[in-house]
Design a protein around this ligand. Sequence first.
Ligand code: CDP
Ligand code: CDP
Length: 229
Amino acid sequence: SKRQPIVAIDGPAGAGKSTVARAVAQSLGLLYLDTGAMYRALTWLVLKLGISVNDEPGVTEIASTCKIELRMSDDPQTGVRVWIDGEECTQEIRSLEVTSHVSAIAAQKAVRSELIKQQRLWGEKGGLVAEGRDIGTHVFPNAELKIFLTASVEERARRRRADLQNQGGLELSLEKMQQDLLERDWKDSNRDIAPLRKAPDAIEIYTDGLTIAQVTELITNLYWEKTKH
Ligand code: CDP
Ligand code: CDP
């Protein structure tokens, strides 16, 4: 039988990928796949085991043996719930420590091929909205709809800071938030394997001044246009 459609959403940190992908999936009745959560979970486990993120053989060993589980939570604030080797790490993977090390892990070739294998397995039958950095370029190059979400770095830093404040986290200056975002974007865009890039056939949406609901509606409308025959 025919594969169900796939929506690929890529873009830099804080562009709104997770929030919007989740809402689009809900509105279209598709599954939601947060691939960043997988790289984050692996990073969390590597740090917990006291292995250096630059120890490629050590990290590869863990990537090829660990079991990552993702499940939708009922609370829209939580995003996906995440387990690795049976242990829940939903909150821990959003820590500053994981965030500052994840790009080093995600740059490793063996790590990417392990995690991408899983992502493609989940996407075999289609029917999902997948979100990350290389979904439209690499993981699902035949996706029916590809979106590249962006926003100015100032806006992305404001959004991230509001997230941290809502979680009762520590106060970071907007300047520091911007620096961290730009550093991670740079690493993700300049790595050798499957760097962050807009696919030639992706539609770019610049989200400064747009609400989550507006971006969600834009994407669902594009989806209906693309999939009607
Ligand atoms: O939510 P945020 O934009 O902060 O990041 P994320 O989507 O959770 O992704 C965290 C990190 O994982 C990124 O900065 C990338 O280094 C890596 N990642 C990747 O390399 N490829 C993906 N498809 C998804 C995430
Ligand atoms: O996944 P990504 O890093 O691209 O971004 P996100 O975690 O989905 O969004 C970061 C924050 O920006 C969240 O708190 C969203 O609610 C917020 N956001 C927004 O205020 N307006 C948008 N158009 C999109 C996201």
